[in-house]
Design a protein around this ligand. Sequence first.
Ligand code: MOS
Length: 704
Amino acid sequence: MNKVIGTAVSRKDGRAKVTGTATYAAEHQIPGLIHGYLVTATIANGRIKSIDTSAAQKAPGVIAVFTHKNAPKVFTPANNFMTSKIYEARLPLSDDKVHYGGQIIGLVVADTLERSRHAAHLVKVEYETQKPVVEAKNATFKEAPPQMGEEFKFEKGQFAAGMANAATKIEATYTTSTELHAAMEPHATIAQWQGQDSLTVYEPSQWVMGCQRTYADLFGLPAEKVRIVTPFLGGGFGSKAFPWPHGILCTAAARQLQRPLKVVLHRRQVTANAGHRSETEQTIRLAANADGMLSAISHEAKSCTSPVESFSEPCTGITPAMYAAPNLRLNQELAVMNVGTPTFMRAPGENPGMWAMESAMDELAWALKLDPVELRLKNETKEHQKKGLPFSAKHFADCLKVGAEKFGWKDRKMETRALTRDGKLIGWGMAAATFPGLRGKASVKVRLLPDGKVHVLTSGNDMGTGSYTVVAVTAAETLGVPVENVRVEMGDSLLPDGGLAGGSMMTASLAPAVMQACQDVLKAANCTTASDACAALRQSGRAAFEATASSAPGEEGKKWAFQSWGAHFCEVAVDEEIGRLRVTRWVSVMDVGRVMNAKTAASQVRGGVIMGIGQALMEECHFDPNLGNPVVYDLATYHFPAHADIPRIEVAFVGEPDLNFNPVGARGVGEIGITGVSAAVANAVYHATGKRLRSLPLTPDKLI
Ligand code: MOS
């Protein structure tokens, strides 16, 4: 049998992407397509006193102008994950209120993009303005409500008692800035109606079946009357899982006009209207005995949401999974501000949570004069302390040990400002990484042709993470055919329900279903190998053997906690004279269960590390304290790493297939790479300079 799973296979979609033949949402060529341009608010809090569209309506090429006075009809969906989720509970143009800067207040439709844009600028708006709240220091925080059924409040043991008797204690507050997803592909929607009751939407969607249900509810249709098409995404990171207001408005306007309509967000609109990661403030308290064993952990987190949706950045989710302590206390608070709606962004919660926790663990290690790797090994927990379940196939200790070995950690002295090179201070830092193993129900269809070619079809998406390739690899190995023989079609709601590309679960959801469908194809052929089945097809003149199979989580989640693990080790160079910080070396070691494709898995970790270095060094979005608008709003003003900012990133995997989790043993590898990265950098900066920086990003002003 040829071994394909776990080898390094190049992307199935790579050539199409680099040669420009991969079709993204806004690029679909639809005959008779017309164009919409959004009118957005120039204030951040208040109401529209008057809106004058007369000049816009008379402008050349204009077909329609929509405002709250003539908003096209939309039904209110349930807005939950089980039925039909929308990112923003308030429907577009539903009244005259303005809740945040850049909120959509109108849509101008014309025969060309240029004419719609021109006319949009002719719309005259008068506002009644109230002072916006866009700074957390002026916001009112309250206990965060449960989210997706998860309570944020948790306590085990007695934190106060655990704290009181401890030999060594640390308490510190860590902050992160508002961050933007900054996906290469901007959000866009093309809506095409066939009459009033049949709809096709081209939209970058991480979850075409979820979007199908949501659009169906928004327009009062049965789901099968809605088709969502997303063969490719240019990055999603959590901001492309559900419809945003522009997509809803585009689709509603297209229905009323009975013409195919396209709305593309420009970069400033992507900033204001398509999600971000909220800024956070987290306070960690750790108490340890003289041997470095933790006796108490407290993690309190604050994040902000918009007036039109409740979303808490779930920072404390990692805490019961990371380190054992008899006394543990978690809480989260949430404040409403006049900013666009925050949402999921690569490792939502885990990322800022690990920034705080892994910084605090480093502080504790220095306080105890104990190596930070040693401190983590001592305090590893065998069970998830909130779920009360043992971890399945956990190899966190190997991540730490193998990472330390590869990096040469044993040569590090526990002394700050001790290393210099070329006039710069050198520091070494490390931090742990973690992400839960998640999985959903998925279905795929597999078709085997007489010439040995295989087609695999599913609605599940590849948002740039490598899912096309993982699906192909799984089919190739199960059927014993070369991976080149496998053609994969994804991202269309006409195909079998492949579930959600989010929560790093696409591989763990899809691969078992692919495997099952391939086995069912052989069963249908009554053969043990694909070549026998192909011979049977050729002999009988039959066109194909095919099978559709589903795979879903069972009862295993009641017995086990599933979680992936990792460790990052890095070197930084700090030039204190000019406040310049460079990351000069990086090693990441991950335990993600079975690695399905060595090449794309390592790429996922590298991408996460790069995004984490961006968070550590430069990414931040500010809002104008008076006007309320984001003052950072495009790929020039929002700084993120370029190639020159990134060193070679060495990635290795340890562990074993997690067969308690699914029959393939893969826990997935999407988001874990970013977790812990910013803490590893800040910990290295402390080693280099003796400065403990607790506020991201670590910009030059903080280093001088
Ligand atoms: Mo990811 S933030 O679950 O798309």
